[in-house]
Design a protein around this ligand. Structure first.
Ligand code: PEP
Length: 259
C-alpha cells in the first residue's frame, strides 16, 4: 500500500519567541516545493503555539504540540488539555516521546491515556516508541518496542489508527549524533508492522505510517528514507535550522513508500 511521507520537526524546549517566529516564517515561505507529497508538522513549545499558528496559517505546514494532558479539564495545575490545543489551531500532538517517558517519568499507562485523549479530541498523533542502549545490547529491542505499542494501543480502535503515525526513535540515537543505520531502521519498522498486523490486521499494518527519529541530518536522511518501510522522520536538533530541516523535508520527497 502506498503511504505519503511525514516529517515532524520537534523543537523541544528550545527557541525563544523571536526565534520561533523567524523559524516558522522562513519555513512557511520556503516549504512549497514538496508540500503536495510530504506532510510537514512543526511541534512547537506551548507558549509559542499561538504565534506560530499565525505565521504558518496560509502555508503547507501543520501545527503540533509536544504533549497534552490525559485529562479533559479540572484542577491540574500546569497541565494543558487537548481542547486548549485545538483552540489554538493545533492538529497534531506527540505522545510518548522518550524524553517524557524517561526524563519526566511518564509510564506506559499514562502514554496510553494520553493517546486515547488525543484521538478522542480529534487530534492526530505521533506515537513514539524505542529502546535504550542497554535494552538493545541485551537483545531486547523488539520486545521493548512491542510492549510499548501493545500498551499504548490497548484501548484504541482500528479506525482511529488513521490519525496515528508511529515514530521509531531508538533512545541511543536521539540527540547523540549516532543515527541508526538504514538497515537497522528498516528492520525495526518491519517488526513494528508485524506487531501491528498481529494486533489488528495486515491491511492496517501496511497502511500506517512509521517514521524514524534519532540524529537525522541532511547527510543521512535520504539513505534512511529510502529504506523499505520508512515513511519519513521525526527531527529534533536539525529542525531548528531552516536549511537543514528543509533539506530533510526534501529528502522525504522521494515519493510515497511501500513495503
Ligand atoms: C527527537 O527529539 O525526537 C529527535 C529525534 O531528536 P534528534 O533529531 O536531535 O536526535
Amino acid at each position: 500500500m502506498a503511504r505519503r511521507h511525514f516529517i515532524g520537526g520537534n523543537w523541544k524546549m528550545n527557541t525563544d519567541l523571536a526565534t520561533a517566529r523567524t523559524l516558522a516564517t522562513a519555513l512557511a515561505a520556503q516549504w512549497t516545493e514538496g508540500s503536495s507529497s510530504v506532510d510537514v508538522v512543526l511541534f512547537v513549545p506551548f507558549p509559542y503555539l499561538e504565534s506560530v499558528a499565525r505565521m504558518i496559517a496560509s502555508s503547507a505546514l501543520a501545527l503540533g504540540a509536544q504533549d497534552l494532558s490525559s485529562e479533559a479539564n479540572g484542577a491540574l495545575t500546569g497541565e494543558v488539555s487537548a481542547e486548549m490545543l485545538t483552540d489554538l489551531g493545533v492538529t497534531w500532538v506527540l505522545v510518548g516521546h522518550s524524553e517524557r517517558r524517561h526524563r519526566i517519568g511518564e509510564s506506559d499507562a499514562l502514554v496510553a491515556e494520553k493517546l486515547a485523549m488525543a484521538l478522542e479530541s480529534g487530534l492526530s498523533v505521533v506515537l513514539c516508541v524505542g529502546e535504550n542502549l542497554e535494552q538493545r545490547e541485551a537483545g531486547h529491542a523488539h520486545e521493548v518496542v512491542a510492549r510499548q505499542l501493545h500498551s499504548a494501543l490497548a484501548q484504541i480502535a482500528r479506525e482511529d489508527l488513521d490519525r496515528v503515525v508511529i515514530a521509531y526513535e531508538p533512545i541511543w540515537a536521539i540527540g547523540t549524533g549516532i543515527a541508526a543505520t538504514a538497515v537497522d531502521a528498516a528492520e525495526a519498522h518491519r517488526e513494528i508492522r508485524a506487531c501491528l498486523a498481529s494486533r489488528y490486521d495486515s491491511e492496517l499494518a501496511s497502511g500506517i505510517r512509521i517514521v524514524y527519529g534519532g540524529s537525522l541530518v541532511p547527510g543521512n536522511a535520504k539513505t534512511i528514507f529510502a529504506s523499505l518501510g520508512v515513511d519519513g522522520g521525526l527531527v529534533g536538533g536539525a529542525s531548528l535550522k531552516v536549511h537543514d530541516f528543509l533539506s530533510i523535508c526534501s529528502a522525504a520527497m522521494i515519493g510515497v513508500s511501500a513495503g
